[in-house]
Design a protein around this ligand. Structure first.
Ligand code: ATP
Ligand code: MG
Length: 180
């Protein structure tokens, strides 16, 4: 499984719809300061369900919508779609490609889709548990996070091992059934 391509429109500095093709192996993104490199990583976090505006370097969630420039009006919505190659069925989803889409309108209305079908954030979370991808995954290591991992509380560090060991889904289910 690997990230094949992503489409971004109206998200942060990306006003026009862009399509980034990625390939197996290493891809580097280079560019001058402020050109949008970190915004690409933010887009991946966001489409995987990030709920914290602070994690996305904003004050509130609407801040991810393109806010305009001197010669370009703000846009009314942000949309990010990532497509993962799933030929190896690493994700429990019966398709060779899995596309996750998230859209947010200025009105606050938002939607998630899996292969074009509306779904809940929960469905996306469940699809990615124990894969290392997803909100609590380790597929995106942000600046400062290494430090956090090394000097953090043992319980916090353990979350990373739980994910790598593939037991997060069982912990979630246990917590959910204890609640009932
Ligand atoms: P550096 O090399 O300094 O880390 P970078 O390439 O990672 O830079 P980003 O942080 O990805 O740059 O991009 C910052 C740019 O994105 C800024 O110019 C900022 O104005 C722009 N930006 C962020 N949010 C929005 C938004 N909602 N609308 C328009 N532009 C935005
Ligand atoms: Mg940056």
């Amino acid at each position: 499984m690997y990230l094949k391509y992503m489409e971004i429109q109206g998200f942060k500095s990306f006003a026009n719809k862009i399509r980034l093709e990625l390939h197996e192996g290493v891809t580097g993104i280079v560019g001058p300061n402020g050109s949008g490199k970190s915004n690409v990583a933010d887009a991946v976090r966001w489409v995987l369900g990030e709920q914290s505006a602070r994690q996305l370097r904003g004050g509130n969630m609407q801040d991810v919508i393109f806010s305009g420039t001197e010669n370009r009006k703000p846009l009314g919505f942000a949309s990010v779609a990532i497509t993962l190659d799933n030929a190896d069925r690493a994700l429990k989803f019966d398709a060779d490609e899995v596309t996750v889409t998230r859209r947010l309108y200025r009105s606050g209305e938002s939607e998630y889709q899996l292969n074009g079908v509306n779904c809940r954030l929960r469905d996306i979370n469940e699809l990615f548990y124990d894969t290392g991808i997803g909100k609590e995954g380790y597929s995106i290591i942000g600046q400062g996070q290494i430090d956090q991992i090394l000097s953090g509380k043992p319980e916090d560090r353990r979350a990373l091992f739980d994910e790598a060991a593939g037991i997060v889904k069982f912990k979630r289910r246990k917590a959910a059934s204890l609640k009932k």
